[in-house]
Write a protein that binds this ligand. Structure first.
Ligand SMILES: *Cc1c(COP(=O)(O)O)cnc(C)c1O
Length: 332
């Protein structure tokens, strides 16, 4: 496999994956082709969505070494997801070893900056038992896919967001679980927003509470304040969100983890505040306009601070600035 940056994010895979099966305990990981998975057609995941995943990245450093960003936080998050889904909880040392193994194997094909290697640990309930609609799968598969990717974010592209107050992304008790069903549940509103308003993303704000989009967290940068919703079960606890808040604090911003309403958001944007989405794929994507409930579009006047924060996070990821918070794990 050549060291090229694929055009479409997440469509090119390293041809092998590392996989472990759970049956009365986790079995030693094996390597197998990533283009085929043997599952019984009655596997629990295919009927009752017993599935969760992670998304993290490995970066080629300035000095030629390879490092994974915040691996322990991602391992911890899939443990939490597994618990909420009553799936066998991945052994932290086993999963960490699997991730570092696939990164070591693929180090040569990781694209240079601004590219990276996107890693997708996946956990599925594979017990062939369609009678288990109300009970968990006793067995599971845990595998890690690797996908070389370019920069998800293209500077200058518009990011038009529909502010949605009538619907929620997913069931409130599942929001912090990185599980397939949540994306299925948000998809309808996203497609509606695209068709009716040409919006690229939907910002879910049930009962006016500003939460997150379909797959990214949301921050407001108002003067010297960086504001975002405090952690709750209702939304996904992004590792990028945490990183951005930490870096913002380092840079002298006043970080406020507080609930805020659609009215607060609108007033801030109309007065010149910035807004951005955060997530592993794009790091930070500055919002360029919002469409509010009364169908008015409000442009976001500046993207400047968002891009400064974005570069500060990326400088750590690529080893261009000091890793003062110990976020990198080196594989070589
Ligand atoms: C993955 C994800 C995020 C971002 O999490 P990161 O750890 O920053 O990548 C935010 N919201 C949702 C719904 C997600 O699935």
């Amino acid at each position: 496999m050549a060291r090229v940056i694929p055009q479409t994010f997440g469509s090119t895979f390293y041809d092998e994956m590392v996989i472990s099966r759970y049956e009365d305990g986790w079995q030693p990981p094996k390597w197998q082709p990533s283009n085929a998975l043997t599952l019984h057609a009655g596997a629990h995941v295919l009927h009752y969505s017993s599935t969760c995943f992670e998304g993290l990245k490995a970066f080629r450093q300035e000095d030629g070494r390879t490092a994974v960003f915040r691996i322990d936080d991602h391992v911890k998050r899939i443990e939490n997801s597994a618990k909420r889904l009553y799936l066998p909880v991945p052994d932290a040392a086993l999963l960490k070893g699997m991730i570092l193994d696939i990164v070591a194997r693929t180090a040569d094909i990781i694209p240079d900056a601004p590219g990276s290697l996107y890693l997708r640990p996946t956990l599925i309930g594979d017990e062939p038992q369609i009678g288990k609609a109300g009970t968990p799968s006793d067995t599971a598969l845990l595998y890690v896919l690797a996908s070389p990717v370019g920069d998800y974010f293209v500077p200058g592209t518009p990011l038009n967001i529909l502010v949605e107050t009538r619907h929620q992304r997913c069931a409130p008790h599942m929001g912090s679980v990185k599980s397939g069903g949540n994306y299925a549940s948000a998809l309808y509103w996203q497609m509606q927003a695209k068709a009716e308003y040409g919006a690229q993303q939907v910002l879910f704000c049930p009962d006016e509470d500003v939460q997150e989009t379909g797959a990214s967290n949301f921050i407001l940068i108002d003067g010297n304040d960086v504001i975002t919703k405090p952690l709750s079960d209702e939304f996904l606890h992004g590792v990028t969100r945490m990183s951005v808040l930490t870096i913002a604090q380092d840079m002298g911003y006043n970080v406020r983890e507080e609930q805020f309403s659609v009215g607060d958001l609108r007033r801030a944007i109309e007065n010149g505040a910035e807004a951005a989405l955060t997530g592993t794929a794009a790091v930070i994507a500055p919002v360029t306009s919002f469409i509010f409930d009364d169908e008015t579009t409000v442009d976001v006047r500046s993207q400047e601070k968002s891009l400064v924060l974005r570069n500060a996070v990326m400088d750590i990821q690529y080893g261009r600035s000091e890793d003062t918070h110990n976020w990198l794990t080196f594989v070589d």
